[in-house]
Design a binder for this molecule. Structure first.
Ligand code: R5P
Length: 289
């Protein structure tokens, strides 16, 4: 049975339909003191799948842990978390003395509460395998084939652009699938909202599509677009997986001259144009068999 938090109900129902199982919604009550109570429907069968979109993570993580406990107490022997977006994965090092290893704290709490975690394109940098981050088993679904299909349909003749060097294997995989040339920039982060990006000499091209796993402040996409425009590329589109989009991010990106901006629906947003249902269904099918 698939149990979904209210915001993820549409995805939960879609997964239930695709997998031929039943879907239930999780009740969430907010007490006046800020604490949360969740209530799950009695689990049918011994496997429960919990669907929760974990953007705005600080508000969502505690209800997610509580729901896992509730599912086990109502009969589930195995509880799987489907979190299309996994937060805190970028804080994968102690960058300065006195800071926590946030990735490990969050992965530890989730991994002790769930038997298996399924997500899409987690931002892994220093720890390449999701299974090494979590104490439970975990599966990272690649959005590369789905993004490549979108680019094939809409970005014919484009140069596929990754904003930073770490994205090179992913960008190359997407470009190879779409049979297009690719390039990555060298990105330096100057602050939460500011980045500097330099590109190597670009092949002759009038169109580009920038591909990134996350758009948050919009700094990366807008700085990349301006740099490409300076190199003579006149038509620039962008596709991202996780549409976090902080306030003002969209206007910043549009002001940089990005023509079409799309995202996967891992986080509900007006730019959602690429559905994640098929990717998650096939990952769950694999897990269930
Ligand atoms: C970072 O390395 C990621 O791949 C994204 O490029 C980054 O998270 C985008 O953030 P922002 O929109 O704030 O520049």
């Amino acid at each position: 049975m698939i149990h979904s938090f209210p915001e993820s109900l549409a995805l939960g129902r879609g997964l239930a339909r695709s997998l031929g199982t039943r879907s239930a919604s999780i009740g969430v009550h907010q007490f006046p003191d800020g604490e949360t109570l969740v209530r799950v429907k009695p689990s049918e069968g011994t496997l429960a799948i919990l669907v929760q979109c974990l953007h705005n993570p600080n508000a969502k993580l505690i209800p997610t842990l509580l729901a896992s406990d509730a599912l086990r107490r109502s009969g589930a022997e195995r509880v799987v978390l489907v979190a299309p977006y996994l937060p805190y994965m970028r804080q994968d090092a102690v960058f300065h003395p006195g800071e926590p290893l946030s990735q490990s704290v969050i992965a530890g709490s989730l991994g002790r509460s769930f038997d298996h975690i399924v997500t899409i394109e987690p931002h892994l940098h220093r720890t390449p395998r999701l299974g090494d981050v979590f104490p439970c088993s975990a599966h990272a679904v690649s959005a590369a084939p789905t993004l490549a299909r979108w680019i094939e349909r809409t970005g014919r003749g484009s140069l596929v652009v990754g904003p930073d060097e770490e994205s090179a294997p992913w960008i190359r995989a997407i470009a190879d699938l779409a049979k297009l040339p690719w390039v990555v920039g060298r990105k330096e982060r100057l602050g939460d909202h500011r980045v500097r990006i330099q590109f190597p000499p670009l092949p002759k091209c009038s169109r580009a599509v920038i591909v990134d796993d996350i758009a948050s402040s919009g700094g990366t996409l807008s700085v990349a677009a301006r740099a490409l425009r300076r190199e003579g590329i006149s038509t620039i589109d962008a596709a991202v997986v996780h549409a976090i989009f902080a306030p003002n991010a969209l206007s910043r990106i549009r002001a940089a001259g990005i023509r079409t901006l799309v995202s996967c629906d891992t986080i509900p947003h007006e730019t959602n144009a690429i559905r994640s249902l098929a990717m998650l269904t096939s990952a769950l099918r694999q897990l269930l068999t």
